[in-house]
Design a protein around this ligand. Structure first.
Ligand code: TXA
Ligand code: MG
Length: 318
């Protein structure tokens, strides 16, 4: 089993030896390897059971350092990096040859981000290579927001879990890039469209949802609990499924009808940031409970609600 601890030097040593270490970030836990070592990177795909066509995000500690791995940094994207790094923003940029093709699944662009977690930033400064890190969950399952989530699912396959507590944002990073001089968004995430648009103007939304995505990693079915997840009007869904044991994912002030059922409230105050932070651990708890199905409704279609709805929809495809 993987050891869990707060030893940054040990993490640096293991990573330098080509081993895998789970790292905390503000979004979700990552499963990290030396990005410049293709053999180490290959282990990530093996442990996660992840298809090789799904590229990995490169993590480093500063904009200056990121420049060592990319050929160009268009001005609008640089403004975003200066404004939001470290933070939940991933930027697609043309890669230099020092980045192995395995990291980008053979694509010309590499996805780069500076995560906002003090332990992982300290770790990145101690090593002389960037880290390739997808979320530290088996491919297709719910992303981990606590070290215990990682241990439960991948503990047998990795050396060490660097414990940085509960992830504050709780949703993966927002992914942006540039096409024909316009900034595009490819994945809704922990940074909202509004926050980004206030610096670079209107974004083109290029969110892909298909079984055969041309924008990699945007599979229709992802982030899924094992139990079926249904989205809709909660009271209607409860009525339609009354023969089954139901787990309700609720948002806002709890209604009398729900009070006595098995439920988890993402945010009693109706706060979307709180709901985002609680989403994946709530889904896990319901998945591990004795309910047979999980039901929820859509979040308000604004701010972080867009990213939460995206995750719920992908999780609900059976
Ligand atoms: O918040 C996050 O981004 C977390 C933490 C650990 O940093 N990481 C994460 O990685 O969510 P992952 O592997 O679960 O999602 C990475 C996604 C891919 O599935 C793909 O959609 C996109 O990032 N991506 C990565 N590299 C890309 C590339 N070169 N071109 C297009 N999309 C890319
Ligand atoms: Mg993932």
């Amino acid at each position: 089993m993987a050891a869990i601890g707060k030893d940054i030097l040990l993490s640096a040593k293991l990573l330098s030896e080509g081993k895998l270490v789970a790292i905390p970030t503000e979004t979700v836990y990552g499963l990290a390897a030396n990005a410049l070592d293709p053999i180490a990177v290959a282990k990530i795909f093996e442990v996660k059971n992840r298809p090789f066509f799904d590229p990995l995000i490169l993590h480093t500690y500063s904009l200056e350092k990121a420049m060592e791995y990319v050929n160009d940094f268009p001005e609008p994207l640089k403004i975003l990096a200066k404004t939001f790094w470290p933070g939940p923003l991933t930027i697609l940029l043309p890669k230099k040859n020092n980045i192995p093709d395995l990291v980008t699944s053979g694509l010309q662009n590499v996805a780069v981000r500076v995560p906002n977690h003090p332990m992982t930033l300290a770790l990145l400064q101690k090593i002389n290579f960037p880290l390739a890190a997808p979320s530290a969950n088996p491919f297709g399952y719910i992303s981990p927001t606590e070290s215990s989530h990682v241990e439960k699912q991948l503990g047998k396959c990795i050396e060490y879990i660097l414990d940085g507590g509960v992830c504050k944002v709780g949703l993966e990073s927002t992914i942006v890039g540039i096409e024909n001089n316009g900034v595009c968004i490819y994945r809704f995430g922990g940074l909202t469209v509004g926050e980004i648009e206030s610096f670079v103007g209107k974004l083109e939304i290029k969110i892909n949802k298909s079984d055969n995505p041309n924008a990699p990693g945007q599979l229709k079915n992802h982030y899924s609990p094992i139990k079926p997840l249904l989205i809709g009007n909660i009271e209607t869904l409860m009525e339609e499924n009354k023969s089954k044991k139901i787990g309700v994912l609720w948002f806002g002030k709890i209604s009398e009808k729900i009070k006595n059922s098995l439920n988890i409230n993402l945010s009693e105050e109706g706060n979307l940031a709180e709901a985002a932070a609680n989403l994946f651990s709530a889904l896990r708890k319901l998945d591990e409970s004795d309910c047979e199905i999980i039901i929820c409704s859509h979040m308000p279609k604004t701010g972080l609600g867009l990213a939460i709805n995206d995750r719920l929809e992908r999780a609900s495809v059976i």
